[in-house]
Design a protein around this ligand. Structure first.
Ligand code: IPM
Ligand code: MG
Length: 357
């Protein structure tokens, strides 16, 4: 009997539904090829959920996600919901989902596709052999710390980390490094922040269990500079929630387009897989969004949550084949395009290449 997996699908807002549809197309082609069944259940989150339920994360969505094998998510947010109070905004739906699923480890790989080297604003020689991953703590730090308050003439947030929270994400970073180039760089602000001092202590302790891994430490301002100066020096960048948010956007530009990079949020009961880009309301509905980041997120879903490694490889290969053949969405059209395609055409082409391997 074929294995059956239940996937909670959250398309979200803006370009979310267009890009997720393409990832589903590719997943379907993959399940046929590799002999398993995917059962999709669709849920609302973000602005789409606010419009229907009055809240960004309805309990139906959280429960549906909790009872699935994995969550595939598009993007949320848009100008329509920008003036709502923070707790009612679309983004707070995503933060509550991450917290609710216990997805504390956010993996954001930064890789270069050879065909798209020119799409980066950096010189090709700087990009050679760039291959690193940001391991971002996702359910702690200043995003969630209490107390927090906005007053009329002042406001405050709290950055707080426990040893337990740092330990578990550090282990993810070291385990990840063991499968790669065996280097971890902790990015922090230990010259200013007590939380960063604790991160250094705990990471040094965890490092004792990984004698093969080389560990170094870098202040976040310097790291922001080093990522554009010499990105090749990094293997695993381990960092806290806010720094990881910022540095992973920067890393995506090193790679040429934010439309290319996937992410996995794991560690808890159920993993969430989403592109690192946002809902791009300015181009929503035009059929020009790049679905590759979401398609590669689906590959991460297969790899990390379903342990379908071969199927994950097929997706990654199919993306490489589509790019090698010169298929490009508009965002990367200037770089080696033989044929410019719509969002849906790109999904179809990648799905076709799954069958051709
Ligand atoms: C991301 C996003 C989110 C974050 C927003 C939408 C809350 O920027 O996934 O990087 O800050 O984590
Ligand atoms: Mg971000």
């Amino acid at each position: 009997m074929a294995k059956i997996y239940n996937i909670a699908v959250i398309k979200g807002d803006g370009i979310g539904s267009e890009i997720v549809d393409e990832a589903l197309k590719v997943l379907d082609a993959t399940s046929v090829k590799h002999g398993f069944e995917l059962n999709y259940n669709f849920y609302l989150m973000g602005g789409a959920a606010i419009d229907v339920f009055g809240e960004p994360l309805p309990s139906e969505t959280l429960n549906g996600a909790l009872s699935s094998d994995a969550v595939l998510f598009g993007a949320i947010g848009g100008p329509k919901w920008d003036n709502l109070p923070r707790d009612k905004r679309p983004e707070s739906g995503l933060l509550k989902l991450r917290k609710g699923l216990g997805a504390y480890a956010n993996l954001r790989p930064a890789m270069i596709f050879d065909e798209l080297v020119d799409a980066s604003t950096l010189k090709p020689q700087v990009l050679q052999d760039v291959d690193f991953i940001v391991v971002r703590e996702l359910t702690g730090g200043i995003y969630f710390g209490q107390p927090r308050e906005k007053r009329d003439d002042s406001a405050f947030n709290t950055m707080v980390y426990s040893k337990f929270e740092i330990e578990r994400i550090a282990k993810v970073a070291f385990d990840t490094a063991m499968l790669r180039k065996k280097q971890v760089c902790l990015v922090d602000k230990a010259n200013v922040l007590e939380t960063s001092q604790l991160w250094r202590e705990v990471v040094n302790e965890v490092a004792q269990n990984y004698p093969e891994v080389k560990v170094d430490f870098m202040y976040v301002d310097n790291a922001a500079m080093q990522i554009v100066r010499n990105p090749r020096q990094f293997d695993v960048i381990l960092t806290e929630n806010l720094f990881g948010d910022i540095l992973s956007d920067e890393a995506s530009m090193v790679c040429g387009s934010i439309g290319l990079l996937p992410s996995a949020s794991i560690g808890g009961k159920v993993g969430i897989y989403e592109p690192i880009h946002g809902s791009a309301p300015d181009i929503a509905g035009q059929g020009i969004a790049n679905p590759i980041a979401t398609i590669l997120s689906a590959a991460m879903l297969l790899r990390y949550s379903l342990c379908e490694k071969e199927a994950a490889n097929s997706i990654e290969n199919a993306v490489k084949m589509a790019l090698a053949e010169g298929y490009r969405t508009k965002d990367i059209a200037d770089f080696g395009a033989k044929e410019i395609c719509t969002t849906s055409e790109m999904g179809g082409i990648i799905a076709k290449f799954i069958g051709k391997q």
